[in-house]
Design a protein around this ligand. Structure first.
Ligand code: M6R
Length: 361
């Protein structure tokens, strides 16, 4: 059941500290600064030179997040919408790892993307929540995100656990891949260890209620960010439109001046996600939307960015490694979407026209 919560979505948002503990448990060796993904035999990634991530919806946003992390580690990586990848597969060979990211493991678009590259020599890996799901049978190897069952149509805890698992996978790949940029990982491992507590702190102290109260009557919302913050901006907008039925659009903050700015008015709240990459540029974007009188909600740890100065509302996240910051920022946006949809009396767990698992293309 819903365990005392009004909706499965809220229950699953609040389950995130527990889900993340399950995701991470036993998979890091903080002393050796190594990742231990027991499902993957030694040598799984030997010879891999590039990574394709295929997924849809929220899982695609997790894939974009991982693209940013891998690129940062000097590894060629590209996230694809699996529905596009299956129709028009790019060149792959035995040095390509194709990672299918799917909570359910049953998404038809993602299964057909994997089928499209069978026989090419490309290596395949499923990253899923559901033990024994179809994607695990189509791929050579599987890593489970261990988030526990997710009932709400809106993906919440599965995104956090996907990203946490992808961070571990990126670390493993970066150790295995020749030419990966050597980097210090101690801060990352420390941040992962306290991630469940950091999420709990947000759940206990979030200012999302004030934000949802102030803005749930608007008709259009924008979400912007850079790097992993771009993926979080897209995910924030997807969640918002999916359950409030209001128009919400996410884009890279770098895109603002190339089109979206034309739509920004005093009636379009703008959520700016700060995750520690080029925050100064994003502050500049915030000033641009403020000049058009748009209400600004900054999601930020408040450090060194100047972000809070120009915001009408601040959704705070604990100070953490920038690879992890997007998970925390996303939890704040989940709460805003949920609370706004609840104020609008929407059908939160079963939004109109949508199914939990999309098994046709
Ligand atoms: O089960 P999957 O992760 O493959 O599902 C992919 C999408 O259908 C899914 O993430 C969808 O976008 C969610 N309803 C978003 O909340």
């Amino acid at each position: 059941g819903k365990g005392g919560y009004d909706h499965y979505m809220l229950k699953e948002i609040y389950e995130q500290p527990t889900a993340l503990r399950q995701t991470i448990r036993g998979r890091t060796d903080p002393l050796k600064q190594r990742v231990d993904l027991e499902e993957l035999p030694p040598g799984t990634f030997s010879g891999i030179e590039s990574v394709h991530l295929v997924a849809m919806g929220t899982s695609y946003h997790a894939a974009m997040y991982a693209q940013s992390l891998l690129t940062d580690r000097g590894i060629n990586a590209q996230a694809y919408l699996s529905g596009e990848y299956g129709s028009n597969p790019p060149p792959v060979d035995d040095r390509t790892l194709v990672v299918a990211v799917s909570q359910s493991g049953e998404t038809a678009d993602t299964l057909s993307a994997i089928r499209a590259i069978q026989g090419t020599g490309a290596r395949t890996l499923a990253l899923t929540n559901v033990v024994g799901s179809t994607v695990t049978r189509e791929c050579e190897n599987t890593v489970y995100i261990r988030a526990g069952p997710e009932i709400g149509v809106a993906a919440t805890k599965s995104f956090s656990s996907q990203v946490a698992t992808l961070i571990l996978l990126c670390e493993r790949l970066s150790h295995a891949t020749n030419g990966a940029t050597p980097r210090s990982t101690s801060d990352l491992f420390d941040s992962l260890a306290v991630l469940p507590d950091d999420v709990q702190q947000i759940l206990d102290e979030s200012e999302a209620q004030a934000v949802a109260s102030a803005y749930h009557d608007c008709e259009s919302y924008f979400f912007l960010g850079r790097g992993v913050g771009h993926a979080v901006a897209l995910e924030g907008a997807l969640k918002f439109k999916e359950i409030t039925y209001d128009h919400a659009e996410g884009f890279s903050a770098a895109e603002l001046k190339h089109g979206p700015l034309a739509l920004v008015t005093e009636d379009t709240p703008v959520f700016a996600v700060f995750t520690g990459r080029d925050d100064t540029k994003t502050v500049h974007n915030v000033k641009e939307v403020r000049a058009r009188n748009a209400p600004v909600v900054a999601v930020t740890d408040g450090n060194h960015t100047g972000a809070t100065e120009y915001a009408d509302h601040v959704l705070s996240i604990p100070d953490t490694h920038r690879d992890v910051a997007g998970i925390l920022a996303n939890v704040q946006l989940q709460l805003v979407s949920y609370l706004a949809a609840d104020m609008l009396s929407r059908s939160i767990d079963k939004p109109r026209n949508l199914a939990k698992s999309v098994t046709v293309e």
